[in-house]
Design a protein around this ligand. Structure first.
Ligand SMILES: NC(=O)c1ccc[n+]([C@@H]2O[C@H](COP(=O)([O-])OP(=O)(O)OC[C@H]3O[C@@H](n4cnc5c(N)ncnc54)[C@H](OP(=O)(O)O)[C@@H]3O)[C@@H](O)[C@H]2O)c1
Length: 270
């Protein structure tokens, strides 16, 4: 089975390619750096020749709403039409838990538009909605930074390890298309400000995380449960503390920072 991973050089895409190859599938990473551009169609027909499945985990270079909408609409249209021509039988896409509730955000509207194009197309599909990745907490803190302060809405989140997202996408992609959306999330809930604080502390980042009920998430107002998955979500195994310890060990070599920097003192809320 030949599986093309659009965005296969990115955070999740590279993990998917590694896992599929390790399981014996013919997986190909496709992105601009490998000569495939889904916006201009460069290299698209060539890479899709003989493919059965396409997993789209691409992301635009900017989170700006208008640019993201242009990216996801153009890229998804091009991709679906090239897939139809190549006889692809399953289109898998990664999106975000709560896109339908976060329409104040330009980026989330762009993801919603991507999903609508997929659902309205005749190619069988599976859409996977994931919660925030552990690996993205640092980047999200960056988007919320004002000087040396990080303003985060103190709402509930249920983040997930990138490795677990990749594993779930791999198993979805080699199964029959769902023609539906499923949700995946991590095993624990946190307050978003607490999570950000623990991530920054583990990196010796001195920015101060302030809970701010008026702070927005990607430009959208969020309430206590806007970012949480529903009751039917598939839950992964990796806990945040275990992931954090491993990521700190990788960053520091064998030198481990004190326990409190690894977030070891504060338990999850639920
Ligand atoms: N971060 C989160 O917490 C989170 C949560 C839920 C869902 N998601 C979704 O997960 C998906 C993947 O996120 P990620 O963090 O893994 O993304 P990422 O690391 O930013 O990777 C994006 C990938 O897209 C490729 N790309 C960009 N423009 C392209 C183009 N014109 N043609 C082909 N490839 C292109 C990039 O490679 P080149 O630069 O080489 O083209 C790269 O491989 C996104 O769709 C996002 O909405 C993210």
């Amino acid at each position: 089975m030949k599986i093309i991973v659009i965005g296969g050089t990115g955070l999740i895409g590279s993990k998917i390619v590694t896992k599929l190859l390790a399981s014996g599938y013919e997986a190909v990473a496709a992105s601009r750096s490998s000569g495939v551009d889904t916006v201009t169609c460069r290299g698209l027909a060539e890479v899709l020749a003989g493919a059965s499945v396409v997993i789209d985990v691409s992301n635009p270079p900017t989170f700006d709403g208008a640019a993201a909408l242009e990216f996801f609409e153009t890229s998804t249209r091009n991709l679906l039409s090239a897939e139809a021509a190549a006889g692809v039988r399953h289109h898998v896409a990664l999106s975000v838990v709560g896109t339908e509730r976060l329409s104040e955000s330009g980026y989330m509207r762009a993801k919603f538009a991507q999903e609508k194009l997929i659902k309205d197309n005749s190619i069988p599909y599976s859409i996977v909605h994931a919660t925030q990745f552990f690996e993205s907490i640092q980047k999200l803190a960056g988007l919320a930074t004002d000087g040396s302060t990080v303003r985060v809405p103190p709402v509930l989140v249920q983040p997930i390890a990138g490795d677990d997202v990749a594993s779930m996408l791999c198993s979805v992609s080699v199964d029959a298309p769902l023609n539906a959306t499923i949700e995946v999330a991590g095993p624990e809930q946190f307050r978003a400000d607490d999570l950000a604080r623990r991530r920054l502390m583990a990196r010796n980042d001195s920015r101060k995380v302030v809970p701010d009920p008026r702070a927005r998430f990607f430009g959208a107002e969020v309430d206590e449960r806007s970012l949480l998955p529903g009751a039917d979500a598939r839950l992964s195994q990796t806990r945040f503390d275990a992931w954090l310890s491993r990521s700190v060990e990788r960053a520091y070599g064998t030198l481990r920072p004190p326990r409190e920097e690894r977030g070891g003192q504060v338990g999850p809320l639920m």
